[in-house]
Design a binder for this molecule. Structure first.
Ligand code: ADP
Length: 537
């Protein structure tokens, strides 16, 4: 466009929807406003007399003016059009304009005008900002949920460590000479501590379920053995209340299935535990049935009782978290109200269903329907596979009180050197006391680095390794010990992790770091001894 043509088109600009400005480049090389169309005057709230003959710096002043002038000068010096965003401070809120500034040359090729056209992009900008804010909020929420998980893992550790001290010391206390009253006190402490541990496990399980963190470890197992085991475990609890515990496993139903045995055990323990808890007379029963012709979910496990039952109005709530049937008249019943929520989540995670029916005053029936595959018989059952044993470690923990793991005879570990990497004084003392009768020679290390150095210089027959220690943690220490053994051509010394981190991912981390076994705190004396024996300490 040429200068003379340009003058003709001047008033036409008012008809344009875009905001248009025209600047004239003076002999001093500075661009000064000579025109703004209607739209532009609307945006800037400026009249001809306000802007005419002024540079952007003179017109707007400050940072806004300097920025605008620089943009104008940049187009003059390059001789090329440029597009940029500008922010106009208006009375109510800022206005965002996307501006394209073009140079206009005269017949001699001299740059005489700058013509800018701007469109209002405030709403797009606002939308982008809203999107950005949403994105930031989502990031924050994600961060918060990760922080929550870390918090739970830490809390789990922080709670289990002192619990280990309480339960362990209490067991040792029970072995000393106590009068009747002292024995009652010690028993009460132990029972309370064990109950507290149950609550903690429930809460941790539940938070894992909420975070969708349940992973299944399928392997062949015998459902019949599992039902028997659970029955044996809870038999004493039922007998104590004077009720019968029956298990019914039809001879013609298959025994072997592929599935996550520890989760199924947890489901049965919860249902049967509740049945016993809410029954005062009669019996509780577990019965299994298998219908190969069923369209779906051929396996059914029913837990029934002749207890107090559940009101129809309450029945629909019992699988919700934190719900306990309102029994104002009855005494407060122990429990977190999480058991059935966890049970339902586990069943559904396996693709099954759980339902409940009940006649108040007569009893309740909980039915779990599952579609477990029957194993391919060429595969051996991995009962002795160390990894499977580790996976069941939570179970091992739960079963400990009734598990008949014998104590080692006195002096059974005489002459064995055991390196104990553990920073907590109480736990050091506990391990010392628990292993005292075995005659093992103990060497304590307060952190992983000291343990590594002690192992390199003195060697040992077995290492008990805490996971979280100052300076160097257990995982790192185990990796370095394995690296040292490889480079020195030494055989692998058995390493047993002793840890309050009771999550399956921790077990996997221990295995990945080269450790051989895993004992979750709080552990019992006979459990610790059994682990050491199993690892040939
Ligand atoms: P809790 O850990 O408190 O027992 P659950 O989720 O396992 O929580 O159970 C929720 C509630 O459902 C219990 O408090 C109880 O009132 C009721 N309930 C569960 N099982 C039975 C049963 N077999 N008989 C009667 N009531 C039951």
């Amino acid at each position: 466009m040429q200068q003379d043509e340009f003058s003709y088109h001047f008033e036409v600009l008012d008809a344009v929807e875009l905001a248009v400005i025209v600047l004239e480049v003076g002999d001093d090389g500075l661009p000064r406003y000579i025109a703004m169309n209607t739209k532009s005057r609307e945006f800037t709230k400026l009249e001809h007399k306000d802007y005419a003959g002024k540079t952007a710096l003179e017109l707007y002043g400050g940072a806004t003016g300097r920025r605008a002038l620089n943009q104008h000068l940049a187009v003059i010096s390059s001789g090329k059009e440029a597009t940029y965003d500008i922010v106009l401070p208006t009375q109510h809120k800022e206005k965002y304009l996307s501006t394209t500034l073009r140079p206009v040359f005269n017949a001699d090729g001299r740059l005489v005008y700058l013509v800018g056209s701007s469109s209002d992009i405030t709403s797009e900008r606002e939308r982008d900002e809203a999107l950005e804010l949403t994105r930031m909020a989502l990031d924050k929420a994600e961060e918060a949920s990760q922080a929550k998980e870390r918090f739970l893992a830490n809390m789990s550790h922080e709670i289990r460590t002192p619990m280990n001290g309480i339960i362990g010391m209490c067991e040792l206390l029970q072995e000393t000479d106590l009068d009747e009253q002292q024995r009652l006190f010690a028993d009460t402490i132990l029972n309370s501590a064990t109950a507290l541990l149950g609550v903690i496990n429930d809460v941790l399980d539940f938070s894992k379920i909420q975070a969708d963190k349940i992973s299944l470890h399928d392997a062949p197992f015998s459902l019949q053995d599992l039902v028997q085991d659970v029955g044996t475990l809870l038999w004493a609890r039922a007998a104590y209340k004077g009720i019968d515990l029956r298990t019914d496993y039809p001879a013609d139903a298959p025994h072997e299935f592929t599935g996550d045995a520890s989760k199924i055990r947890q489901i049965l323990m919860n249902l049967l535990g509740n049945a016993i808890k809410f029954t005062e007379d009669g019996h509780v029963a577990v019965s299994v049935s298998y219908d190969p012709g069923a369209a779906a979910l051929p396996l059914r496990i029913q837990v029934s009782d002749t207890g107090i039952g559940i009101e129809p109005s309450q029945l629909k709530w019992i699988f919700s978290a934190f719900e306990q049937v309102d029994r104002r008249s009855a005494r407060v019943i122990e429990g977190t109200g999480l058991g059935l929520a966890i049970t339902q989540a586990l069943v559904e995670r396996m693709g099954g269903t759980i339902t409940a029916s009940s006649v108040p005053g007569q009893g309740s029936v909980f039915t779990v329907a599952l579609d477990l595959k029957q194993p391919d018989h060429h595969l051996p059952r991995p009962t002795d596979d160390a990894a499977a044993v580790f996976r069941d470690h939570r179970q091992a923990l739960n079963l400990q009180p009734s598990q008949p793991v014998p104590e080692l005879p006195p002096g059974a570990l005489a002459g064995k050197r055991i390196l104990v990497a553990e920073d907590n004084r109480t736990n050091q003392l506990l391990v010392r006391k628990m292993l005292k009768s075995t005659g093992a020679e103990l060497r304590f290390a307060e952190n992983g680095r000291i343990a590594l150095e002690a192992y390199k210089s003195e060697g040992c027959n077995l290492i008990l390794m805490d996971l979280s220690m100052p300076v160097m943690g257990g995982l790192e220490a185990a990796r370095r010990i394995r690296a040292h053994e490889r480079s020195a051509g030494l055989p692998e010394c058995p390493i047993v992790a002793l840890t309050a981190n009771a999550q399956p991912s921790d077990v996997e981390a221990c295995l990945a770091a080269g450790m051989n076994d895993f004992l979750s705190k709080p552990f019992r004396k006979n459990e610790l001894q059994a682990r050491i024996l199993r690892q040939g300490g």
